[in-house]
Write a protein that binds this ligand. Structure first.
Ligand code: SF4
Length: 340
C-alpha cells in the first residue's frame, strides 16, 4: 500500500515514519512550510524542510516540501475554529494541511495518510474531538492513521481493511515525551533536533506582533518577516518602526527594507539600524530618530546625528536629535503593547 506521511522532521513524525516504513508500506513524505515554522531554526543545514529531508533520507523515502504560506495567511487572519492560547489557529491549520495531503494522496495514488500526532499532546488540535473535526472537514474520515496513538483511537479504514496491523500500533498519549524517547532509543534513532516541533504563532510576544499586523491590515510576507527581528514600535495606525537589537538584526533589517521604507541609523555614534514602514509625518520621523538615538551608544552626548533615507533613492537627511528618555519610551510601550 502507498501512504502519505506528514513529516516535520521532529521526533513524533520521525517515529511514525520509521514504524510505518517497517510495516512495508510505500511512503511519500510531505513537509508543509509556513513563515512561522521553527523546526529548522537550529539545523546546521539551513533551508526549507531540512530536518524533514534529513529524516526522509535516513529512512529512504521520498519527500515533497510544500510551501503553504499563500493558503495559510487567510486562515491565520480569520480561522473558523478560532485561535489557541496565542495566535495559533491549530484546528484550521491542520484542516488545511490535511486537505493538501488529500490532494497529494489522490495525485500519487496513495490510499491513506499517516501523522505523528499523539492523543492529548497538544490541547488545541490533538484531543479526540478536535482530531475528528479536522478529519471530517478535510474529507479524510477514517483515513488518517496515527501510529503512536492508534490503539487508543477508533480503528481506521486501513486497519479495518487489513492494510496495516492494528496490533502493531502503539498506545502513547499525553504531553510527556518519555515514551517517544524510549521508542526512539529502541529504534536506534538518536538525532532528533526538533523534539517538540515549533511554531512562532504559539509565542506570546510574536503573537502580539501578529495581532498588530492583522489589526492594521498588514498581514503580508514582508511585514511578517520584519516581525521576526528587532524591537517593534507601532507609531501610528499607518506607521511603524523596527529597531535592530544586534549586528545580525541590523543587517537583516537593511536587507528586508523595501522601496518606500525609511532606513534610519545613527551617523555620529554607534547604534542600531532601523526600518520605518508606512506614512511618516515630519513629527513621526523625528520621533523615530529619537527612538533610534535612544538605543545608540550615548557616550556622554546629549544629542546625536541620525541619518534618515527613504528608499530607493531618497536624499539622506541628517537629523540632530536628543535621546528619547525612559519615561517617553515607557509611554510609547504603554500606547501599544506590541512594542517589545
Ligand atoms: S502550532 Fe502552528 S503549525 Fe502547529 S498546528 Fe498550530 S498553527 Fe499549525
Amino acid at each position: 500500500m502507498k501512504a502519505i506521511i506528514l513529516l516535520s522532521g521532529g521526533l513524533d513524525s520521525t517515529l511514525a515514519a520509521e514504524l510505518m516504513s517497517r510495516e512495508g508500506l510505500e511512503l511519500l513524505a510531505v513537509n508543509f512550510k509556513t513563515p512561522f515554522c521553527l523546526c529548522d531554526r537550529h539545523s546546521s543545514n539551513l533551508g526549507c524542510g531540512s530536518n524533514a529531508r534529513r529524516v526522509a533520507e535516513a529512512i529512504g523515502i521520498d519527500l515533497k516540501v510544500i510551501n503553504a504560506t499563500e493558503d495559510f495567511l487567510p486562515v491565520l487572519e480569520n480561522p473558523q475554529h478560532g485561535y489557541g492560547a496565542n495566535m495559533n489557529p491549530c484546528i484550521d491549520c491542520r484542516i488545511l494541511f490535511f486537505r493538501k495531503s488529500k490532494e497529494l494522496m489522490q495525485e500519487c495514488g496513495a490510499s491513506f495518510i499517516i501523522t505523528g500526532e499523539v492523543l492529548g499532546q497538544r490541547p488545541m488540535s490533538q484531543f479526540r474531538r478536535q482530531m475528528n473535526i479536522i478529519e471530517r472537514e478535510a474529507g479524510l474520515e477514517g483515513l488518517v492513521v496515527r501510529p503512536l496513538s492508534a490503539k487508543l483511537l477508533a480503528p481506521t479504514i486501513p486497519e479495518k481493511n487489513g492494510w496495516i496491523r492494528r496490533e502493531r500500533m502503539l498506545d502513547i498519549a499525553g504531553r510527556s515525551r518519555k515514551p517517544q524517547m524510549a521508542l526512539a532509543k529502541d529504534l536506534g534513532i538518536n538525532d532528533y533536533p526538533c523534539a517538540a516541533g515549533g511554531c512562532l504563532l504559539t509565542d506570546p510576544k510574536f503573537a502580539n506582533r501578529i495581532r498588530d499586523l492583522i489589526k492594521h491590515n498588514e498581514l503580508d510576507m514582508q511585514n511578517i518577516e520584519l516581525l521576526k527581528f528587532g524591537r517593534y514600535f507601532r507609531l501610528s495606525s499607518d506607521a511603524k518602526l523596527i529597531v535592530g537589537r544586534n549586528e545580525n538584526e541590523n543587517k537583516m533589517l537593511s536587507m528586508l527594507a523595501k522601496d518606500g521604507d525609511y532606513l534610519i541609523a545613527p551617523a555620529s555614534i554607534i547604534g542600531p539600524n532601523a526600518v520605518g514602514k508606512g506614512s511618516f509625518s515630519p513629527d513621526l520621523l523625528h520621533l523615530a530618530c529619537r527612538i533610534v538615538a535612544r538605543y545608540s551608544d550615548r557616550d556622554g552626548e546629549q544629542n546625536a546625528d541620525i541619518s534618515c533615507r527613504r528608499l530607493p533613492k531618497g536624499d539622506e537627511e541628517m537629523i540632530r536629535e536628543s535621546f528619547l528618555d525612559d519615561d517617553e519610551l515607557a509611554r510609547l510601550r504603554t500606547l501599544d503593547q506590541t512594542s517589545l
